[in-house]
Design a protein around this ligand. Structure first.
Ligand SMILES: NC(=O)c1ccc[n+]([C@@H]2O[C@H](COP(=O)([O-])OP(=O)(O)OC[C@H]3O[C@@H](n4cnc5c(N)ncnc54)[C@H](O)[C@@H]3O)[C@@H](O)[C@H]2O)c1
Length: 378
């Protein structure tokens, strides 16, 4: 099988990318890079012989053997490093979010157009197993027409960060230094990826001021899609409760899916005509999503290595397996370049999702006014 020759830049999140790329059937890891020399050298020893190590992303980008790069640099330098990669003629799998300003999103769009190279945003949450089962059922029409969806991204940095509220790095600026929900793509992305829609407007309300930071304790977004459907999102980085970064729900004309909202919960599905029917003062019953796990296409099952999953699938498998979609996402990216298949998380979509998050700050600052979210056509 032909393999895409890949470089990885930024070896914190990029370390997970590099380890996964080594398992991919259609990728050959050829080079890695981090400005932190010690980190770069230590990581490289784990990848085996023959992987080139660079300490400046421009040096890796000048390597003619590298065809494509994973750009896993901190969020606030994405725009520059992604543009550098496109200008160097490399295909890019960029970590989330696209960029931190609307101007930088347009700048990346221009660079993609000029280079003619493939850009995909690395939204791995689109490929977690319960969502793949749900995606398949929705594509088969089992839930009818989806008119409402929701998702939460809830963490409690007070509980586990030793220096809270000074958590440092890009997370300080992104999670605590902005209002609204800038780190939006893990919540919004999987919903819109399945619904195949874009955001038209965003309205945001936020509440709670317990800390000396720009961000509110929590923000709730109401988003209208270009097809007139409704999405609700909630984000928080300081709420005492069990973390949950993979809560998703879809409501359709024939059924409903609700992910676990924390431990002691499970992936619930109601399909009219299949699930236990309700009646007056009798609410009907959920099915477990995993009852439908064999309905997905055969080629998806190769990513479901039983060793990677707990034996009892009825338990909550969300948080600890949030990254279970990494390999499938990487192989899909490589397939776009090697075989010309459509880019599953395209610039147009990723830019629209990212912009909805950035503009949610404008909405909350304007008294929750709905803000128009652009569509970024290349
Ligand atoms: N999809 C996911 O589940 C997931 C999880 C974590 C992080 N991320 C994303 O990955 C990106 C990086 O996050 P992180 O947590 O790894 O950040 P980090 O700050 O922990 O690490 C960034 C790494 O990049 C290196 N670096 C910085 N500038 C560089 C440059 N110009 N060239 C080469 N190396 C450079 C740093 O030395 C550091 O090792 C962010 O976009 C973040 O949103 C995604």
């Amino acid at each position: 099988m032909k393999k895409l020759k890949l470089g990885v830049v930024g070896l914190s999140r990029g370390h997970a990318h590099a380890l996964s790329a080594l398992k991919a059937d259609n990728i050959q890891l050829v080079a890695v890079c981090d400005i932190d020399r010690q980190r770069a050298d230590e990581c490289a020893t784990l990848y085996g012989e023959g992987i080139k190590v660079y300490y400046d992303h421009r040096e890796l980008l000048a390597d003619p053997e590298v065809e494509a790069v994973v750009m896993a640099t901190p969020i606030d330098v994405h725009a520059q490093t992604v543009v550098d990669a496109l200008e160097a003629g490399k295909h890019v799998l960029s970590e989330v979010i696209v960029a931190t300003t609307i101007d930088d999103i347009y700048r990346i769009g221009e660079a993609i157009k000029k280079s003619g190279k493939t850009y995909m945003m690395a939204e791995n949450y689109c490929y977690i197993r319960p969502l793949l089962i749900v995606e398949n059922l929705i594509r088969q029409g089992k839930l009818g027409d989806i008119y409402y969806a929701e998702s939460d991204y809830l963490k409690d940095f007070q509980e586990y960060h030793p220096n809270f509220p000074n958590i440092g790095g890009w997370r300080q600026k992104t999670y605590f230094g902005r209002r609204g929900h800038p780190y939006i793509t893990h919540t919004l992305g999987p919903l819109l990826h399945i619904m195949d829609e874009q955001i038209a407007t965003v309205s945001c309300m936020a509440a709670g001021r317990s800390f000396d930071m720009v961000a509110d304790n929590t923000a709730t977004l109401m988003l209208e899609t270009n097809k007139g459907h409704l999405i609700r999102l909630r984000s928080s980085f300081v709420s005492p409760r069990p973390d949950n970064v993979t809560y998703y729900s879809f409501q359709g004309t024939e059924g409903c899916y609700q992910a676990p909202q924390g431990p002691q919960d499970y992936h619930k599905l109601y399909i009219r005509g299949i699930s236990r029917q309700g009646g007056w003062n009798a609410p009907g019953g959920w099915n477990n999503v995993y009852e439908f796990k064999d309905t997905v296409p055969e080629e998806w099952k190769k990513y479901w290595n039983p060793e990677d999953y707990p034996a009892d699938l009825k338990d909550n498998d969300t948080y600890e397996l949030y990254d279970s979609g990494l390999l499938m996402m990487q192989e899909k990216f490589a397939d776009c370049i090697l075989n010309g298949t459509p880019v599953p998380v395209s610039f147009e979509d990723a830019a629209n999702w990212t912009a909805a998050g950035l503009l949610s700050a404008d909405s909350v600052n304007a008294g929750s006014k709905p803000i128009f979210v652009p569509s970024f056509k290349l």
